[in-house]
Structures are given as C-alpha cells and as structure tokens.
Ligand binder design. Structure first.
Ligand code: FBP
Length: 551
C-alpha cells in the first residue's frame, strides 16, 4: 500500500496507555449492578449477565502465566469511527504478549462475518499496516442485527471450527446490545465463548456514568470543526453567504454541540432543546430568521448555522409522524410492492392519522419521501439521508421574502447547504482516539483472559494524561432499558442525548447570543495536529472537559 508521509510516520506512533495496563494486571470487582431502567424485564431477559459487578484493573506485581492458548474473533460493527484499527491492534498486542501462540481472527464485513463464517487471521504483518490509521477496512464493517437463535448457533459452529474462545464486538449502542444478547445466549448454552463489547461511535451517544465517551467522537468533531472554521473564515472574507451545515450524529446533537463549542458559529440548533421547548418547524425558522434579520441590519448578510442531523425527529409533531411511519412501514409488503413515488405517497397518506397526514402533505415532496425510506436493520430512521438543511433553507427563504415584502427585512439572503458526516468518520485518529482505542483493545483482552463475558471494555478518567487513565469493565446490562423498535418492545442500551442541564449545553446557552451578534466570535480550529505540544495535540473534546468540570 502506498503511503503519504503522515501515514508512514503514524505507523510507528506508539499509543500512550494507562499505567495499570503497562505490566501485569489484576482485576478488582465492585458491588453488584442493576440496569439503568426496567430492572425486572432486563433481569428476566438476561439471567446470566444481569447484576455483574463493575471491574477495575490495577497493576500487579504477580507474574501470571498464560499457558493456555486463547483464540479471539473480532467484529467491527456499524458506522466507521476513527480508531477502530487501534482497538484491534491493542487487542492483538495484548493477546500475543500473553502467549505468542494465541490467534486473532477478524470476521469480515461486520456481524454477518461471524454468522457466515467469513474470517481472516490477523497476523502481525497485517496489523502493522493498520496501526494508527482511520477506517474499518482491515476487516470491513456491517449493520447485520444479531437477534435470531440460528445466527447465534451458526456463530458457535464457526467459533468451534476455529477454536475461538472469545468474540470482541466493536460497535455503538445497537451493536453492544447485540454483544450482550450474544453473551447471554452463549452463557446459557455453556458453549465456552465469551463476548466483550467496545464503545464505538462518532455520534458520542454511547456514554453514561461509566463510559465517558465513545471512541471516534473526538476525531470526527475535530475534522468537522476544522471544516466549519474554514467555512466561517470564507464567510467572513466574502461576506455573502449563509451556510446551513448539517452534521451527522443520528438522534443526539452531541456532534453539533461539540463543533459549536470548538468553532462558535452564529447559530447551533440542538434537537433536545427543540423537543423540550415543544418547538414546531415554524418556531425554528423564526429563530433563525431573527438572527439573519438582526445581522442584516448591520450589513452582515452572512453567517453559519449548525443543524444536527436528527433534528427532524425531535420536532414533536414530526416525531409522531415518524413513529406512525415506523409502525406502518415495518415489514409492510404492500408498501414495498408499490411502484413509483406517487403511489407510495398516496398509500402513506391514506394510512396516517389526520394530524400526521396534514404534516406529511405540508412537507416538500423530497423530504416526505426521505422520511419513508427503508429503516436500518435496528429499526432506526436513516436521518443521514434526510436533507433538513435544504428544508430549512427553503422555509427561511420564504419567510424572509415575506418580511421583505412587509419592509421588515432589507438584507440579501443567499444560502449554501453542507452536510458533514462521511468526511470525518475515517480520518486518521487524533492522538486522543489513537491512545484511547489502543487502551480499549488492551482492556478487552484482559477481560477475556479473566474469563469475563457480557462486559464492555472501559477506559475512563480521560481528561487526565493517558498514564492516569483507569481501565476496567462494565456489565452491558447495566446500560440497558426497554424501548420500542420495529413496533416491538426490546432490551437496548439507553442512548445518551444532550443533557440540557449539563455543562456543555449550558456553555452554548450562555454564549450563543454573543456568537449570533454582529461582533464576530468565530473560532478557526484548524486541522487535527499529531506532532507538537500537548496543549495542541493531546486535548480531549470540549464536551468531555466541560462534563468533567473544566474547559
Ligand atoms: P453508528 O451508530 O453505527 O456508529 O453510526 C454512525 C453514523 O455515522 C451516524 O452518525 C449516521 O446517521 C449513520 O452512521 C449513517 O449510516 P450509514 O453509514 O449506514 O450511511
């Protein structure tokens, strides 16, 4: 593989690790745990993995021999996130250090690789090619949902054939839910296959009292913030466009919020606030228009607006519509068999409640169609395909034309739309993500060596230097609750949305009037830096720092 000078240099970067993982490790178990909600149901569904203790890892002076050969299978699941390759290299290094005869197998193309027996042994030569690189291309990823008994049983057969003792699933909330279901089944079957999860997702919504952040969020937000900063500098130079920038992140607005903290745009919408204030689409438009009109009075016909990709789901009336569409479209062969957009539109209109039907009809046809696109295998609306930024431009533009006719607005409105998502998901991991992921991989291996299953590898204390990070394990059942998916109640890991009482949102709330103002407050973060002073290269996100009491 040909490499750029930076790629070549990154290959020899040695990730920093918590002191506890540098030598021999001993595990310390805490008190029994319980799920975050719906304790009775979760306990009933997970009799073997419910209530397990949180685990802390500590340095040990006792040398442990690992004579027994351990084979591990690893799966990358869901959307790409910078650092996945480092989780695998951390896992590989710890596995080989324990016993060079141990083997690591990568299941190809996500969870389906396990079910279909598609795998590749990951050798030192392969791993070395991928150290500190972005992407999931070492083995590929996929979104197959592991939920059927035949899938689990196929997995047992494949693992038996390869002598695999443990599977590591690197994924987001849905994939780690899969990991837990699989762990439970394998314990119940007493088949001797452990399952460990690792917290991945750029969305930043896999976090809770134990998991401080998911990996990939740091790098992705830094990449988007660089781009937003560049756009802001262009806007401030040319002074002629309003930039409507939609940011990935699914339901949660963590990415938009973090990018706002890094770049200080004129407006940043937060879906969770929209819902809490029961705002309509028109309320959102009015909020944007107010800032545009005010700035135009000072001759400033330009600015930046950040829009979380999940916004539409948080507008209460829209949420009802989406819920109705989810229920209507799940496994609906009649809808699937209809030919052409018009027939589908008529069918949908005939099945919705009157209020949802009115709303559906009021939407531009393109957006209405995007709302009925196929859900992902976990039942989620694919919000990355809904062009909310274009919808807002259209509505804002109409409203400004009205205000112009009334003589209230005298400015000039020209808008450009952007969507940042795929640009950041496979970036070369920041030092933070490179270090964090490598440590997660090592931690996962220590959990396996200790015979644990149904745990997520845990690395915390992340605003401190890496040497002071703490490693351990958290039972996945501890993060679970019951939610409606594809029309049925299912046990799933509870997603973390933006906390409107949390320090990151309060920081935005306290500063946004100033950022919208005519005095430019833009920050231009510039590109991710890998080599140089710690304060430039090794900083965690503003979200993490604010949540942990600093900034
Ligand atoms: P994960 O939850 O799998 O990490 O998803 C990350 C994500 O990038 C979301 O932000 C986005 O909505 C989605 O994946 C896009 O999915 P796809 O890659 O299938 O287009």
């Amino acid at each position: 593989m040909q490499k750029s000078p930076l790629q070549a240099a990154r290959q020899s970067y040695q990730p920093k690790m918590p002191v506890a993982l540098l030598g021999e490790v001993k595990l310390k178990e805490g008190a029994a745990t319980q799920s975050v909600a719906d304790q009775d149901e979760i306990k009933k569904l997970f009799p073997n993995t419910y209530g397990m203790p949180v685990i802390d890892m500590e340095p040990s002076s006792e040398v442990v021999r690992h004579d027994e050969v351990l084979n591990v299978g690893v799966i990358l699941s869901g959307g790409q996130a910078p650092g996945g390759h480092n989780v695998i290299s951390g896992l590989f290094d710890a596995l080989k250090k324990m016993n060079p005869k141990n083997k690591l197998y990568g299941f190809l193309g996500g969870p389906s690789g396990l079910i279909e027996g598609k795998y590749q042994e990951l050798t030192a030569e392969i791993i070395d090619e991928y150290r500190n690189t972005g992407g999931f291309d070492i083995i590929g990823s996929g979104r197959t949902k592991l939920e059927e008994t035949w899938q689990f049983d196929n997995g047992i057969e494949v693992c038996k054939k390869l002598g695999i003792n443990a599977i590591v699933i690197i994924g987001g909330d849905d994939s780690n839910t899969n990991a837990c279901v699989l762990a439970e089944y394998y314990l119940q079957k007493k088949c001797g296959i452990q399952v460990i999860g690792c917290p991945k997702t750029i969305d930043g919504d896999l976090k809770n009292e134990m998991i401080e952040t998911s990996f990939g969020f740091d790098t992705a937000c830094k990449v988007y913030s660089e781009l937003i900063g560049n756009i802001q500098r262009d806007a401030n130079s040319a002074k002629k466009y309003w930039h409507f920038i939609r940011l990935m992140g699914r339901s949660a607005s963590h990415i938009a919020l973090e990018c706002a903290l890094q770049s200080q745009p004129n407006i940043c919408l937060i879906s969770e606030e929209v819902e809490a204030k029961n705002m309509t689409l028109n309320d959102i438009v009015e909020q944007i228009v107010e800032v545009i009109v005010d700035r135009s009075k000072a001759g400033l016909n330009f600015g930046t607006i950040l829009i979380p990709e999940g916004l539409i789901e948080f507008i209460p009336a829209m949420r009802v519509l989406i819920q109705e569409l989810n229920d209507l479209l799940s496994a609906n062969d009649e809808f699937a068999s209809l030919e052409g957009d018009d027939a589908k539109r008529e069918y949908v209109k005939s099945m919705l409640t009157p209020a949802s039907c009115d709303l559906y009809r009021s939407l531009p046809k393109g957006i209405a169609r995007q709302l009925t696109l196929e859900r992902d295998p976990h039942g989620n609306v694919m919000v990355s395909l809904i062009e909310t930024e274009k919808l807002l431009i259209e509505m804002v533009s109409k409203r400004l034309a009205q205000l112009k006719a009334e003589g209230v607005y005298k400015g000039k409105f020209a808008a450009l739309n952007h969507f940042f998502g795929y640009e950041g998901r496979c970036a070369i991991p920041s030092n933070f993500d490179a270090d964090y992921c490598y440590s997660i991989g090592q931690t996962a291996m220590h959990l396996i060596a200790a015979g644990k299953s149904g745990y997520m590898a845990l690395v915390r204390n992340l605003t401190k230097p890496a040497a002071e990070w703490k490693a351990g394990g958290v039972p996945i059942t501890m993060m679970m609750n019951m939610e409606k998916r594809n029309g049925k109640m299912k046990p799933v890991i509870q997603k973390a949305l933006v906390d409107l009482n949390g320090a990151p949102f309060l920081y935005l709330k306290n500063h946004r009037a100033e950022w919208a103002d005519v005095n430019t407050s833009y920050i231009y973060p510039g590109p991710v830096q890998y080599y140089g002073p710690t304060e430039v290269c090794d900083q965690p996100t503003h979200t993490l720092k604010l949540e942990r009491g600093g900034k």
